[in-house]
Design a protein around this ligand. Structure first.
Ligand code: HEM
Ligand code: HEM
Length: 102
């Protein structure tokens, strides 16, 4: 499997664990206020990263190109900034952090 696919899949698993943790936190506490953050940790972090990983595994020639690693780096850094900020904004009630999410 190409290195970029491996990186996308490993990152996806980390976001799946975090997304499930956020889902369980909501389910256990009964406070569903952070559900859009939970949804996007799972949908952008787990689902979309895994789809990118699958795409590069099916297209090894594309995976060899430098832009594939740039894609991985930019996308993942974006998520690492956006998703915790979104979670913090919704779960802890900090609307002032919205520009970071944006
Ligand atoms: C053990 C794992 C999970 C738990 C305990 C959990 C729990 C929850 C809870 C409590 C809500 C709020 C429901 C509401 O108030 O309407 C929710 C919403 C949501 N979850 Fe999860 N979830 C889990 C895994 C996942 C996964 C893996 C995905 C996606 C791949 C996902 C996607 C969503 C989405 C999209 C919503 C928003 C649904 C809506 O628009 O009403 N969840 N989840
Ligand atoms: C950076 C990319 C994205 C942005 C900025 C974004 C933004 C949003 C916004 C503003 C909402 C409305 C939230 C609310 O009313 O509280 C929303 C809802 C939703 N989005 Fe996204 N979205 C993105 C990517 C995605 C992707 C990739 C998926 C699916 C694979 C997705 C699935 C959903 C779903 C299922 C909902 C309804 C559940 C919820 O409100 O959380 N989004 N999104």
């Amino acid at each position: 499997m190409p290195r970029v696919s491996e990186l996308f899949f490993k990152t996806a698993i980390v976001f799946l664990i975090l997304g499930i943790a956020a889902g369980l936190q909501m389910a256990i506490s009964g406070d569903h206020g952070a559900f859009p953050a939970h949804a996007h940790i799972n949908l952008l972090g787990w689902v979309t990263s895994a789809i990118f990983g699958g795409y590069y595994a099916l297209n090894p020639a594309k995976a060899e190109r430098r832009i594939a690693m740039i894609h991985y780096g930019l996308y993942t850094v974006g998520l690492v900034i956006m998703l915790p900020a979104l979670y913090w904004m919704l779960a802890a009630g900090h609307p002032e952090i919205e520009p970071v999410v944006a």
